[in-house]
Design a protein around this ligand. Structure first.
Ligand code: TRP
Length: 333
């Protein structure tokens, strides 16, 4: 919980970040992350950040990240991040993120960063391994603590980064006084389990081998119907929720239940055949996505930019206050 003496403690603060990758989010991103953020708006004071500085940790063309940022903002607004209730902004516009990251780096051990599995994976798959890829978790920790964040809703792949954020925040506090709020992770359960429709043992991913395996938020109704019709199941023709032995069928049940906000095991009781399960899952997904696509088409660049600027002003106000606390605690000139 927050130890910021200035803040009323009734509503916990949630913070999360998403990279502007340039790809439209897919069903797994939506159910696993974005929709949780939308839901959390009822119970938390949410700050949602498009982390363009993080995106620069691998080589990008000039202009690429800016375009992707605007596109990601449009998607976030379309899925239901409500700029009246939440703060939506772009990381690089609030300079305190880079500034605090330096202070965090100074209390982060080289060996701590070297253990990060994401760094190990990414440094193997990239030709140019930037030092920013290595220090990435320190910028992420700065993002979080800059807003006196209580909870961080993230996917399972960010678990280790959240642990390091907590460790370095505690270390900072033990050296400089009780200055920063130690955040807690809130790991999504369902989204981590949305699997590829063609290879249901793998998570749904933009880098899938088959375009039929991944459903994008901008797919047409026909494309969605076709992808579910062709989804891989198995040969024993029994509808049962059993992710280990029946990954394909269980994935369809998970998606259907997520779209209808029910439970996969209960959904299984309604089906004896794969055909109707596939059709109903496709229909439920189409229903879920339709209002998102409608809003996406309505939002023009000007409106999106204005909303981002308003969010940025609010974010900066909080960030500059925390940054000032840090400078004072460290005791700089
Ligand atoms: N590293 C996160 C990811 O790749 C994105 C991120 C950056 C983030 N800063 C954050 C997530 C702060 C949560 C909180 O998904």
């Amino acid at each position: 919980m927050s130890n910021d003496p200035n803040r009323a403690k009734s509503t916990p603060r949630a913070f999360s970040g998403i990279q502007p990758t340039g790809d439209v989010p897919h069903l797994g991103n939506y159910i696993g992350a974005l929709r949780n953020w939308v839901d959390l708006q009822d119970s938390t004071d949410g700050i949602y950040c498009i982390v363009d500085l993080h995106a620069l940790s691998v080589p990008r063309e000039p202009g690429e990240v800016g375009r992707a940022t605007l596109q990601m903002a449009r998607v976030m607004l379309a899925v239901g991040i409500d700029p009246e209730r939440s703060t939506l902004f772009v990381q690089s516009r609030v300079r305190e993120h880079s500034e605090l990251a330096w202070f965090i780096q100074c209390v982060t051990a080289f060996g701590e960063l070297r253990r990060m599995t994401q760094f190990k994976d990414k440094s193997e798959s990239n030709d140019f391994v930037s030092s920013a890829l290595f220090t990435y978790p320190t910028l992420m920790a700065a993002d979080i603590v800059l807003y006196d964040t209580d909870v961080v809703p993230v996917g399972d792949d960010q678990r280790q980064h959240l642990e390091i954020a907590r460790d370095v925040t505690q270390r900072f506090n033990s050296r400089f006084g009780d200055v920063l709020v130690v955040p807690e992770a809130r790991i999504a359960e369902v989204g981590a389990r949305i699997m590829d429709l063609q290879n249901p043992q793998n998570k749904m991913s933009k880098s899938s081998d088959s375009v039929l395996g991944t459903v994008s938020l901008t797919d047409t109704e026909d494309e969605i119907a076709r992808k579910f019709k062709r989804a891989v199941t198995d040969n024993d023709a029994e509808v049962r929720f059993d992710p280990e032995n029946k990954p394909g069928v269980s994935n369809l049940l998970t998606i259907l239940a997520a779209a209808k906000r029910t439970d996969p095991a209960t959904e299984a009781e309604n089906y004896t055949q794969y055909g109707p399960l596939k059709t109903d899952t496709a229909d439920a997904v189409i229903e879920m996505i339709r209002p998102i696509q409608k809003r996406m088409a309505e939002l023009d660049d000007g409106t999106v930019s204005e909303l981002l600027t308003a969010g940025e002003d609010r974010a900066r106000e909080k960030a500059s206050e925390v940054m000032e606390r840090v400078r004072r605690a460290v005791g700089l000139f």
